[in-house]
Design a binder for this molecule. Sequence first.
Ligand SMILES: NC(=O)c1ccc[n+]([C@@H]2O[C@H](COP(=O)([O-])OP(=O)(O)OC[C@H]3O[C@@H](n4cnc5c(N)ncnc54)[C@H](OP(=O)(O)O)[C@@H]3O)[C@@H](O)[C@H]2O)c1
Length: 329
Amino acid sequence: MSHWRIGVLGAANIAYNRFLPALEQSERFVFAGIASRSTSQCAPFLERFGGRGYPDYQSLLQDPEIDCIYLPLPPALHMEWGLQVLCAGKHLLMEKPFTTAAEDTAILLKEAERRGLAIHENYMFLYHRQLQEIKQIMALGELGQIRMICAAFTFPHRGADDFRYNPELGGGALLDCGGYPLRIASELLGGTARLCWSHLRYDDAHKVDTFGSAVLQNDRGLTAHVFFGIDDTYRCQLEIWGSKASLTAPRFFTAPPELNPSIHMQTGGEIREIVVEQDNQFLNSITFFARLLDGSESRPTHNASISRQGILVQQIQDQNKQIKRKAPL
Ligand SMILES: NC(=O)c1ccc[n+]([C@@H]2O[C@H](COP(=O)([O-])OP(=O)(O)OC[C@H]3O[C@@H](n4cnc5c(N)ncnc54)[C@H](OP(=O)(O)O)[C@@H]3O)[C@@H](O)[C@H]2O)c1
């Protein structure tokens, strides 16, 4: 079995708290090192995870010993640095959202394809066994005919310095947490899912959208309603309503490895709890990337899903640009 040497571009919180602890459990990757704009930021990473510190991003990209890069920069920097990763001949594990514009996503996907490189967008919940269990419940007809899908990811304000409230860094609710409910809506509605309506809420205190919602529909008329927010009460939930029963998964997007997520099945007044086995969705996402690298997962299929997600987000951005322009009238 081949081992891939992976480097981290930027001393991000997610890299320290989630990515590297999961990577330590992977049999497919070796952590080679981390690059930061400031060398002192590398120290805690090297102390805890080993590897080598690089004084700037370019020196990591120029290291011929590195096969692939994990890129957890703020979203507005994904396009520029993603392109540099690919031009350096490295495979790319990109944090979500892939980029901030569908045309940038298309450029990166084309470049990766041209160079024969693998690309992955890290929506980890797709790789938690919880989703497989929910799909099985639906396939077995336990919910009856599916009437509606409802998904929400909202969380409290994280502080003004966080990139999520900075438009120059690609902040905003749609880009940060909107991608999660949109991604599961597309997954469950299937290939014919299309955007029907959307709204992004801006307020005077922020320069970015802080809340949003959207409705998607497939060619069978099934709708999904999605909600996302970065200045709200915490909600991280998938609901599916059927003609016989409904299902709620209250910790759907961010189940940590030590949690047994619950699925609540409600039939009439009766609620039954299904306790799902623990699973490490970050490790599973990393393993999926390894399968893209060794060719046991289809790169074109995966790239097409990244592209579809980018187009959906872009459509919401475009719809709401027009609405914003009309607002003063
Ligand atoms: N998949 C998930 O569940 C999940 C969860 C959380 C976050 N994320 C994603 O991961 C990425 C990073 O999120 P995070 O919360 O870990 O962010 P963060 O802690 O703020 O880290 C971002 C890093 O980017 C680098 N950077 C380069 N230019 C910067 C600039 N102008 N301003 C600020 N930082 C800059 C910094 O590293 P240096 O100073 O070392 O260069 C910084 O540590 C985002 O794309 C986010 O959406 C994904």
